[in-house]
Design a protein around this ligand. Structure first.
Ligand code: ADP
Ligand code: 5GP
Length: 206
C-alpha cells in the first residue's frame, strides 16, 4: 500500500492522477469526509460524503483504518473501502493528510509513505489560490496547517519536492516501482510484484 501525504495544495491529487496513468495496476482508495462537496465532486468517486453523525457512528463502530479532523472537517479511510480497493490483489494508494499518515504507519508498518513537499511556501499559497476551490480564510487556515505538516516531513521515508510536475511524477513512479521490486525480491505477495510487470501468480514462484 502507498500513502501519499503532504499539505493541501501541494499537488497530491495531480501527482496521483499522473501516477495512476503511468502505473495502472494501482487503485485509489476513496476517502470519507464530512466536508461539503465542491462543484463537480461526485459522491462515491471523489469522496464518500457523510454527515457528521454518520461519520461519528462509523468511528465508534471501528470502521476507519485512520481518521482525522482537518480544517474543521473530518476525513478518513474506511476499512471496507480499502478491502474493496485491494480486493483483486491490487496495491492501493491513499491520499491523506499527515495525522492519518501517522496512524497508517503505526497500523501497517509495511505501507510505503511519500511526503510531497512544495518548492516554497509562496508556491504553495499560489497553488491554493490558483486552484480556486477555497475562500481566502480557508486558504489561510490550510497554510497554517501546512506549516505544521511541513515540519513533519522528516518522519517520512520518502520526500518528493513537487516543483516541476514531470520530475515529481518520475520520482513518484520510481519510488512505487522500487517498492514493488524490493518486495518481489524478498519473495513477498503478488500485489507489489504486479508493479514490476511480472504476470505469473505469486504462488507459482519459489
Ligand atoms: P492537493 O491534492 O495536494 O490539495 P492539487 O493536486 O489539487 O493539490 O493541486 C493544487 C493546485 O496546484 C492545482 O491547481 C494544480 O493544478 C496545481 N499544481 C499541481 N502540481 C503543480 C506543479 N508541479 N506546478 C504548478 N502547479 C501545480
Ligand atoms: P480536501 O478538503 O482538500 O479534499 O482535503 C483536505 C485534506 O484532507 C487533504 O490534505 C487531503 O489529503 C486530506 N484527506 C483526504 N482524504 C483523507 C482521508 O481519508 N484521511 C485523512 N487523514 N486525510 C484525508
Amino acid at each position: 500500500m502507498f500513502v501519499i501525504t503532504g499539505p493541501s495544495g501541494v499537488g497530491k491529487g495531480t501527482l496521483i492522477r499522473e501516477l495512476l496513468a503511468r502505473v495502472p495496476e494501482l487503485r485509489l482508495s476513496v476517502s470519507a469526509t464530512t466536508r461539503a462537496p465542491r462543484q463537480g465532486e461526485r459522491d462515491g468517486l471523489d469522496y464518500h460524503f457523510l454527515t457528521a453523525e454518520d461519520f461519528e457512528r462509523r468511528v465508534r463502530a471501528g470502521e476507519f483504518l485512520e481518521h482525522a479532523t482537518y480544517s474543521g472537517n473530518r476525513y478518513g479511510t474506511l476499512r471496507s473501502e480499502l478491502e474493496r480497493t485491494t480486493g483483486g490483489g491490487a496495491p492501493a494508494v491513499l491520499e491523506i493528510e499527515v495525522q492519518g499518515a501517522r496512524q497508517v504507519r503505526a497500523a501497517m508498518p509495511d505501507a510505503v509513505a511519500v511526503f510531497i513537499a512544495p518548492p516554497s511556501r509562496e508556491a504553495l499559497r499560489a497553488r491554493l489560490v490558483g486552484r480556486g476551490t477555497d475562500t481566502p480564510e480557508q486558504i489561510d487556515a490550510r497554510l497554517g496547517t501546512a506549516a505544521r505538516e511541513l515540519a513533519a516531513q522528516a518522519e517520512f521515508a520518502h520526500v518528493v519536492v513537487n516543483d516541476r510536475l514531470e520530475d515529481a511524477v518520475d520520482e513518484l513512479v520510481s519510488i512505487v516501482r522500487g517498492a514493488g521490486e524490493r518486495r518481489a525480491c524478498a519473495g513477498m505477495a503478488a500485489p507489489a510484484s504486479n508493479l514490476e510487470g511480472q504476470t505469473e501468480p505469486a504462488e507459482e514462484r519459489p
